[in-house]
Design a protein around this ligand. Sequence first.
Ligand code: FAD
Length: 182
Amino acid sequence: MGMAHTLTQSAFFRPKNFSKKLKNLYYSGHNTIPGIGLPMCLIGAELVYKHLVDDRSSGPIKGELKTEKELQGHQVMDIVPYLYLIALIVSIMGLGLLDFKHDLALKRYPLPTLLSVGIAVVVFLIWDLVGIYFGIFFRGDAPHLTGITLAPELPLEEVFFLILLSYNALLAYQFFAKRVSK
Ligand SMILES: Cc1cc2nc3c(=O)[nH]c(=O)nc-3n(C[C@H](O)[C@H](O)[C@H](O)COP(=O)(O)OP(=O)(O)OC[C@H]3O[C@@H](n4cnc5c(N)ncnc54)[C@H](O)[C@@H]3O)c2cc1C
C-alpha cells in the first residue's frame, strides 16, 4: 500500500521524487511525494512528467502529452541549477571589491572580519536547523538550486546566502561608522 501518511512521512518529509545520487532518475508511486492512493500516485506521475518537460506551472498538465521519443529530445539547460549559486558567489565577490576599494573590513581587520562573518553564519545556520526541525523552513522544488544539501532541507546555497547577508551587514556598518567618525 505504501508508506503511511504520518507526520514524519508526509509532505517534504516523504522521500523526494528524484535521486540525489543519479542524475535524471525520477520516482513516482506510493513511496514518494505526494503519497499513497491512486489519485496521489497519479499526481506524483504528473509531477515527474511536468519536471521532465520543464513545466513549472501549478495546475494540471495542459495540452497533449509528449511521446517518449520527444521527451528524450527535450534538453533542459544544465546551467539552470547553478544560477543561484553563481549569483551569490558573484555578489560576494562584488562586496569584496567594494570592501577593498573603500578599505572597510577585510584588508583592515582580516581576522575580526572573518570571525564576525563566520560566527554570524553559524548562528543563522543553527536558526535554520531549528526552523527545519519544526517544519517552518524547507527547501522546496526550485529549479535554480544545485540539489546539494548539507542537511535535510538545508541547501548548499544557504551558506553562501548567509555569508552574503552577514558580510553585507558588516560592510554597511563599517561604511557608516567610518563616515560618522570623519
Ligand atoms: C488492499 C488495498 C486497497 C486499496 N484501496 C485503495 C482505494 O480504494 N483507493 C486508493 O486510492 N488507493 C487504494 N489503495 C492504495 C493504492 O493501491 C496504492 O497506493 C497504489 O496502487 C500504489 O501505486 P504504485 O504504482 O506506487 O505501486 P503498485 O500499484 O504497487 O505498482 C507497483 C508495480 O511494480 C511491480 N513491481 C514490483 N517490483 C518489481 C520488480 N522488481 N520488477 C518489476 N516490477 C515490479 C509490482 O508487481 C506492481 O505491479 C489500496 C491498496 C491496497 C493494498
